[in-house]
Design a protein around this ligand. Sequence first.
Ligand code: NAD
Length: 460
Amino acid sequence: MPAHDLVVIGAGPGGYVAALRAAQLGLSVGLVEREEALGGTCLRVGCIPSKALLESSERFAEARGGLGAHGVRLDGVALDLPAMMKRKDEVVRALTRGVASLMKKNRVVVYRGTGRLDGPGRVVVEGPAPVSLQATRVLVATGSRSATLPGVTPDGDRIGTSTEALSYPEVPRRLAVIGAGAIGLELGSVWRRLGAEVTVLEALDRILPGLDAEIAAEAQKAFQKEGLRFALGARVKAAGVEGDSCVVELEGAEPLRADRVLVAVGRVPVTDGLGLASVGIAVDARGRIPVAAGFETAGKGVYAIGDVIGGAMLAHKAEEEGIACVERMATGHGHVAYDVIPNVVYTSPGVAGVGKTEEALRQSGVVYRKGVFPFLASGRARALGDTRGMVKVLADAATDRVLGVHILGPRAEDLVAEAAAAMAFGASSEDIARVCHAHPTLAEALREAALAVDGRAIHL
Ligand code: NAD
């Protein structure tokens, strides 16, 4: 029976990164994955293919109408959807192959099949080449799957999840998106740019729950200008196919007809069929695996990270946990800075935030100061031709320590990294304001927002 210091179940960003780090630290590592491609939902049917399509669709929309102001005239712009999809598939293929070669290089042994705990210290792999593994430690990193809605039965075609929406064979004339979270807004944007009439149905009275409310409200206005339609307070009761269209039933409102329906109402942990009971693990009411410090579960020698435990369901959060978990195993130390995990929505304009939202600070009674800088006043944003949005810095009124940074605007996803780094080092708004930022860059907007905390932004 093959034996390893560590067997990781699940090769998503949490699992494969943990496997690599453990191998770097000298552990003998086995990695079990049931899908042919490594990389998990993120690489195969999540973050990466959606970003490829967001990029392509944005170029199409720009070529069709956005370049005139730059003095670039294009005639006869046409969509080649199969080519766009092929490029997306190639991006995914290159990256999943890259993960496989990293495993080889680091001597991580990959076992193809479905892994299951079979009592302490043993993992059974079922699949084309069944095998039993002996494991000193096991790390469960099996991730999540799309949540379903009662009354809405995905038919794997017209009513589906993000997986289907990454590969529609044609541009739907009317697309109904259920849920105004990251998935609904990102994929809704893709199909809107490619020509679909997109209606986003959201049960709450706002979009992007969990993100800063002011930024989310501004984002909604910007998305509306991009042509997305929103129905807020619209709770979906049921959806089904009737003849050649789909009908979405809403609570207290007229039903909506669409050609396709994208269900994007969150994700649920994948913990079934894992043999958790064989090592004494019971999942909580939401199917999550409870963990203590160091990601230890109730099962001796069994650890869990990422979407199967609590917290934000984000690839980079899972990676951090994977690294911290195996570093702790190998060295006794490992830490995740949960307060500074950035959250990004890759729309146009983009949305990004790190730290506390304004609502959270108000609710917890923290006295804070706020500095806002609009991209309208940024030279670089003007040159770019995209002045939508703003940067908002929230700092403790007494100590000036930065507690949250929220961004709506061009390249928000990259700008937030500076804010996260500053916050990880305990920066004050004054610290950020005193750092020389290259001119002209979008990053200057963060510095200006930091200056604005003290009422002394230069370009406002
Ligand atoms: P989400 O939880 O972010 O949003 C789901 C939305 O659906 C919520 O606003 C909710 O109120 C709404 N909803 C639920 N039931 C409804 C109903 N019956 N009718 C109408 N609306 C309803 O979920 P998501 O967008 O599906 O994303 C899933 C997970 O994946 C999240 O944890 C998200 O953070 C993560 N994700 C992150 C990114 C990113 O970081 N860019 C991208 C994709 C997914």
